[in-house]
Design a protein around this ligand. Structure first.
Ligand code: CAA
Ligand code: NAD
Length: 302
């Protein structure tokens, strides 16, 4: 076996200026970890209120990190937080935010048409050397990148929720991603302190290709009445060592997101049994029970 170009400890990245587009759950986390690693970050969202919310949550999460890193030196901790926050600029216009970027990471809604519109615009304004990456969970990186001219500088950088805590980064090589782009993405991931794995552009890459059918099977098990939600979750935590059970995790990721991913794959691969629609999941989503974010899914939340 030839050794893959793999991630290890602290590494210098040629990427210094990063623009993150989408300031929601994932984008705010990606902006935080990049700023924490000393990068200049521009966080872009069409919605100014979301940007204000993102800055607040980044501040809180950096505080959590500082508390651990500087246990005995709160003053240093405060400095760490204010320096990292100082590296994050915000903007509502993706054009202004991308003119000086070495890397643009897209973390906007999971909709191919909206992603296409964004990348078409970015391709015209970003410098020639700028690498574009999508944080998509379930769409094809090649299909998203089909609208840009710089196909050699396009790839996938798939982070996990919560971004500051989850240590993995999936680096997705599209059909035309160049070796130089791939290596730059790997180096950038390492500089952020993530462990990177490499993967081809296949549905769900590695983690979601395994996790989404696993969650789907757990919902089907519950739907059939084979075990209670609580017992299914206890089983997988204590019997298989997962930090959360599958139904808890479904609520955490969002039942709408789970349904959206399954529906998209089912349309594309109608013969794959694992991707078939699940009546109970569809019912919960239609009732607005989307999990933690709406206060109810398989469980109720305060
Ligand atoms: N930001 C920063 N730090 C956070 C955080 C956040 N949002 N959430 C938790 N933390 C930190 C806490 O400060 C705590 O740190 P210490 O232990 O060092 O003090 C640590 O993480 C653990 O947190 P908690 O004690 O609050 O809770 P926990 O032990 O139950 O862990 C969890 C929470 C990390 C979310 C854990 O339950 C877990 O790993 N769950 C599985 C998550 C998972 O599978 N994510 C992937 C989803 S799939 C995906 O993202 C891909 C996709 O495309 C949909
Ligand atoms: P989110 O809804 O929390 O955030 C998306 C943000 O994008 C919103 O704030 C919205 O205002 C903004 N936005 C929409 N269109 C925009 C545009 N044209 N320009 C700028 N901003 C725009 O969503 P999220 O959960 O952070 O997911 C973002 C991406 O990350 C999706 O592709 C998703 O599949 C992927 N992802 C999600 C998770 C997860 O667990 N939620 C995990 C990994 C990857």
């Amino acid at each position: 076996i030839t050794r893959q170009f793999s991630c290890s400890s602290a590494v210098q990245s040629a990427i210094k200026n990063v623009t993150v587009i989408g300031g929601g759950l994932m984008g705010s986390g990606i902006a935080q970890v990049a700023a924490q690693a000393g990068q200049n970050v521009t966080l872009v969202d069409v919605n100014g209120d979301i940007l204000a919310k993102a800055q607040k949550s980044i501040g809180n999460n950096l505080g959590r990190v500082a508390k651990k890193m500087y246990k005995d030196n709160p003053q240093e901790g405060e400095k760490f937080v204010s320096e990292a926050m100082g590296r994050i600029k915000t903007a509502t216009d993706p054009v202004s935010g991308s003119q000086t970027a070495d890397l643009v990471v897209e973390a906007i809604v999971e909709n191919i048409d909206i992603k296409h519109q964004l990348f078409q615009k970015l391709d015209q304004v970003a410098p020639d050397h700028t690498i574009f990456a999508s944080n998509t969970s379930s769409l094809s990186v090649n299909e998203i990148g089909a609208v840009v001219k710089r196909k050699d500088k396009f790839g996938g950088l798939h982070f996990f929720n919560p971004v500051p805590v989850m240590r993995l980064l999936e680096v997705v090589r599209g059909a035309e991603t160049s070796e130089t782009t791939y290596r730059s993405m790997m180096d950038w991931g390492k500089a952020l302190g993530k462990t990177c794995i490499t993967c081809k552009d296949t549905p769900g890459f590695v983690v979601n290709r395994l996790l989404v059918p696993y969650i789907a099977e757990a919902i089907r098990l519950f739907e059939r009445g084979d075990a209670s939600a609580k017992d299914i979750d206890i089983a997988m935590k204590l019997g298989a060592g997962y930090p959360m059970g599958p139904l808890e995790l479904a609520d955490y990721v969002g039942l709408d997101t789970n349904k959206f991913i399954l529906d998209g794959w089912h349309k594309k691969y109608p013969d794959q049994q694992l991707f078939k629609p699940i009546p109970l999941l569809n019912k919960l989503v239609s009732e607005g029970k989307l999990g933690v974010k709406t206060g109810e899914g398989f469980y109720k939340y305060e």
